[in-house]
Design a protein around this ligand. Structure first.
Ligand SMILES: CC(C)(COP(=O)(O)OP(=O)(O)OC[C@H]1O[C@@H](n2cnc3c(N)ncnc32)[C@H](O)[C@@H]1OP(=O)(O)O)[C@@H](O)C(=O)NCCC(=O)NCCS
Length: 116
């Protein structure tokens, strides 16, 4: 295990209700960073959430000084839509239709199995 990737269904109607989810990732092990793990974990979870749970919009809340994370999400096509000054946060979003060049292919190739 190098870290974790999570999805939260806490967004209100204004933010898309059940069709929207907040996504976050952390690669805790320094030695595991810079190998594409975070990018691949986000892509796989987004493929699962959109195919199996009907998520149509992903939101990521990143601290504004967290340059690696901001680059990570921007590289996946996320776009800034809100700043929350009191938390020093930048909020990014990505609609699944804006990921049409990579998401459908990943959804098709997704194999679900049991974690033992
Ligand atoms: C940010 C973090 C998740 C990146 O994990 P990672 O597995 O090292 O990232 P990846 O190797 O998948 O990198 C994917 C992209 O992220 C960006 N990135 C990652 N590390 C970066 C760094 N140190 N500086 C700049 N950009 C960086 C790059 O755009 C990179 O794409 P590229 O390799 O084509 O340039 C990891 O450093 C981390 O866990 N940080 C602390 C927790 C955190 O900030 N979580 C995000 C809150 S949602």
């Amino acid at each position: 295990m190098a870290g974790d990737v999570n999805l939260f269904f806490t967004l209100d109607e204004e933010e898309g209700g059940r069709q929207a989810a907040e996504i976050e990732v952390m690669v805790a092990e320094q030695g595991s960073r810079g190998k594409g793990i975070a990018k691949e974990a986000l892509r796989a979870l987004m493929a699962y959430a959109s195919r199996e749970l009907g998520v149509k919009r992903f939101v990521a809340k990143i601290h504004e000084v967290n340059a690696p994370s901001r680059k990570l999400f921007e590289g996946l096509g996320f776009e800034e839509f809100k700043r929350v000054a009191c938390f020093g946060e930048v909020h990014y979003q990505l609609s699944t239709d804006k990921a049409a060049d990579w998401l459908p292919q990943l959804q098709e190739g997704l194999n679900l199995g049991k974690y033992e």
